[in-house]
Design a protein around this ligand. Structure first.
Ligand code: PLP
Length: 467
């Protein structure tokens, strides 16, 4: 795919880029990629980045409207994060954290996370990303109930269209049907409830009634499976990859209450919502007034500068996990890279920047403006819904605004709009018929204006191309 930007910067050695592209095409199995399209249209090599921008090998500069992949929260090209990583890598790049071994950044970061998280979450289990954090969490939850003498409490309740990752277990938690086409899943462990999709709720039903219906479905499912067989309920505070779905008012609090009443753990997957995207370090308590037993995070934890995930565990659960189960027994789970010093150093620096530059405050200030400006795009023929919160937004494209009927898949409406936006210097993410806007958290109001003006033009061009 060749793209031209309005912003041409430095000359790039195009031939070298072509050689790299060939190597890529021949050998790199890209995640979440349609290889037929990829081989036909090619790909962009992203080579440089700075603040709100990324640049490709041809010197085209783009505003990054997706923060890499909902993760570069503090923005690109932060030399001080690079320096912190380099300092740690040259001093002590890696050593095990098994048994009684540790390292300074991992210890410091664990304490910092305990300080930032809701008060009862004081214990951190490290992994290498969001999928691994969710996977490790479910193992720990099962272990916890086994230790409590409740070995039947195994089932995890997730939701349709949830995205929790792609390890075997995380992919099973994930409820986006097409993600698991032709893959196997561990179905005996997971049951999916309905997602909370206010835009597509039953015709004539108020949001409050819809919320009642979702909570009732949860209660009925618990009654059917039996609370004695259910370990946990996992949910993203705002569903991300499944379509940036904001649940109806009170939903999370009420789902948590059902969990509490039935001895079911409440797990918040804050892989996307954590570290400022909704204007707070963690959204569960500050935005949704919930008190999860476990919060998982990744992505914005290190602003994507290094792979890192973390499971934040309550004192109550830790008390069980942290007690030796038998003489000579240990908590036999973890990764070579649990608490990797270079990743933890990146996370500490990223958190320092979020605090020092008041980035959560920026999101709380600019986020509502982004929402308001994106809503002005509703007049476009394909834009059926503009939704989300703060720096987690999405356009849902439809064929008919009244019936909410979708365009045929072959129209590739999300791709078309993203392509037109990229041509004009803005990267947004197509997800089927949706377009996600999840920028770096350093956008100003001026950046919002520029991005929305580009999107406006892109929507006009894409709509015309559909005629
Ligand atoms: N959980 C959520 C809510 C996510 O959005 C993602 C990734 O997008 C994951 C988990 C998986 O994270 P990772 O890709 O780092 O494994």
């Amino acid at each position: 795919m060749t793209t031209t930007s309005t912003r041409q910067t430095t000359d790039r050695p195009v031939l070298d880029a072509e050689t790299l592209w060939q190597k890529d095409k021949d050998h790199f199995i890209h995640p979440f990629t349609d290889f037929s399209v990829f081989h036909e249209e090619g790909c962009d090599l992203i080579t440089d980045s700075d603040g709100i921008y990324v640049e490709d090998a041809r010197g085209n500069r783009f505003i990054d409207g997706i923060a890499g992949l909902w993760c570069v929260n503090v923005g690109h090209g932060r030399a001080e994060i690079g320096q912190a990583m380099a300092d740690q890598a040259t001093r002590m790049a890696y050593f095990s954290t098994f048994n009684n071994l540790s390292n300074a950044p991992a210890a410091e970061l664990a304490a910092k996370l305990a300080e930032l998280a809701p008060a009862h979450l004081n214990h951190v289990f490290y992994s290498c990303g969001g999928s691994a954090a969710n996977d490790a969490t479910i193992r720990l939850v099962h272990y916890y109930f086994n230790r409590l003498g409740k070995p039947n409490k195994k089932r995890i309740l997730s939701r349709n269209n949830a995205y929790h990752g792609t390890t075997y277990l995380a992919a099973t938690l994930t409820g986006i049907e097409c993600n698991n086409w032709d893959f196997d899943t561990l179905d005996h462990l997971v049951t999916h409830l309905s997602e909370a999709n206010c835009y597509r709720r039953p015709e004539g039903m108020s949001e409050a009634e819809y919320c009642d219906q979702l909570v009732k479905e949860f209660e009925d499912t618990v009654a059917e499976i039996g609370a004695d067989n259910i370990a946990a309920f996992i949910a993203e505070p705002i569903m991300g990859a499944g379509g940036v779905l904001v649940a109806p008012e009170g939903y999370h609090v009420r789902m948590q209450a059902v969990c509490r009443a039935n001895d079911i753990l409440f797990i918040a997957d804050e892989v996307v919502t954590g570290f400022g995207r909704l204007g707070h370090f963690f959204a569960s308590e500050s935005v949704f007034d919930t008190r999860p037993d476990i919060i998982n995070c990744a992505k914005g934890l290190s602003s994507g500068y290094a792979p890192l995930g973390a499971t934040l565990i309550s004192d109550e659960i830790y008390e069980v996990l942290g007690t030796p189960q038998r003489k000579g027994g240990v908590l036999s789970t973890g990764f070579t890279y649990s608490g990797h010093p270079v990743s933890c150093a990146a996370a500490l620096k990223s958190i320092e920047i979020i605090e020092r530059e008041a980035i959560c405050e920026n999101v709380r200030e600019v986020g509502p403006y982004l929402e308001q400006r994106l809503k002005t795009l509703s007049h476009h023929a394909t834009v059926g819904d503009v939704r989300g919160s703060h720096f987690m937004m999405c356009l849902e494209n439809v064929a008919d605004k009244d019936t909410k009927e979708l365009l045929p898949v072959e129209a590739r409406v999300g791709d078309r709009i993203a392509f037109e936006a990229q041509k004009r210097g803005l990267i947004i993410r197509p997800v089927g018929h949706l377009n996600v806007i999840s920028p770096t958290l350093i956008w100003s109001r001026e950046t919002v204006d520029t991005a929305v003006a580009i999107l406006d033009e892109a929507l006009t061009a894409a709509t015309e191309s559909l005629r």
